[in-house]
Design a protein around this ligand. Structure first.
Ligand code: DIR
Ligand code: MN
Ligand code: MN
Ligand code: MN
Length: 301
């Protein structure tokens, strides 16, 4: 399987500037070479292009909606093309709004190929806000809602028909920050949330067994890895740190258990913000964890 790296240098969906530098930070941390060392073929497609960050306040509950639509249209097209060609796309983000485009394309591809979709959403946040519930208007807090058909038509209908997918395909891991209005939305959609309390109580191993239950054969597993999933003590390079996240070993086990399924077929690496980082340590950590996602282990290779 050939991997395609797709840079998505944007921070239009976020509340802090800087995630637009994420793709280059991941390249500087040697992502391509590390994957090649695992025996994988890697093509770096370079960066997608889109509007600059106009840094405007929200309008009708959304900040930078036109720009988010433009970027996600480009993401959708690029991801769909890579999947059609049989390659495994990795999004180098960029803020988490790009998952609207990437997962819309993945869902469309699964529909056309008769495959079942499962999405693992590794994040401190549930990203299930709406124009009414959002405290910020930032669209990086809304991608899961948009993918489930709740949001502006330009985003919910990217793939040609809305909704792109349904709440039952998502498994959240690492959640510890949900906004007040968002809580009600998450509960009424009956989303499966493995929050930090659950990880504390039963451990990462049990949590991953639950989240990965039923994964085999005909499943397309998409991993959407928001770097703020990780505890800020090991991953300071994100705009919206939330204390109390998974530590290094817990994160490694999470990635290793995903790799063991052999089903991961697309990946987003998002919210990495070099403006908040120190000596690129968070990018290096993200690359280290992505190596585990692709099967690196202590004793075998
Ligand atoms: C907050 C922050 N829930 C919002 N969200 C995210 O603005 O909607 N930070 N995703 O990474
Ligand atoms: Mn259809
Ligand atoms: Mn987050
Ligand atoms: Mn997120």
């Amino acid at each position: 399987k050939t991997i395609s790296l797709i840079g998505v240098p944007t921070d239009i969906g976020a509340g802090h500037r800087g995630a637009a530098m994420g793709p280059e930070a991941l390249r500087v941390a040697n992502l391509a070479a590390k994957l090649e060392r695992r025996g994988l073929k890697v093509i770096d497609r370079g960066n997608l292009h889109g509007p600059l960050n106009p840094w405007q306040p929200p309008e009708h509950g959304y900040r930078h909606l036109d720009e988010v639509v433009a970027w996600n249209t480009a993401v959708y097209t690029a991801v769909h093309q890579e999947l059609q060609a049989g390659r495994l796309p990795i999004m180098l983000g960029g803020d988490h709004c790009l998952a609207i485009g990437s997962i819309s394309a993945v869902a469309r591809h699964c529909h056309d190929e008769g495959k079942q979709l499962r999405v693992l959403w590794l994040d401190a946040h549930t990203d299930f806000n709406t124009a009414q519930a959002t405290p910020t208007g930032n669209i990086h807090g809304m991608p899961v809602a948009c993918l489930c058909g709740i949001g502006p038509a330009e985003l919910t209908g990217l793939s040609g028909h809305a909704p792109a997918t349904t709440p039952d395909v998502f498994r959240y891991i690492g959640i510890r920050s949900v906004d007040e209005g968002e809580k009600r939305m998450v509960r009424s959609a009956d989303l499966q949330v493995h929050d930090m309390r659950h990880i504390d109580e039963v451990g990462m191993k049990r949590v991953m067994e639950e989240a990965l239950a039923g994964i085999e054969g005909n499943i397309h597993l998409h991993v959407s890895f928001d770097v703020d999933f990780l505890d800020p003590s090991i991953a300071p390079g994100v705009g919206t740190t939330v204390r109390g996240g998974p530590n290094y070993r817990e994160a490694q086990l999470c990635m290793e258990m995903i790799a063991d399924t052999g089903c991961m077929a697309s990946l987003d690496i998002v919210e990495l913000n070099p403006a908040f980082d120190k000596r690129n340590q968070t990018a290096k950590l993200a690359v280290d964890l992505v190596e585990s996602l692709f099967g690196k282990s202590t004793l075998i290779r």
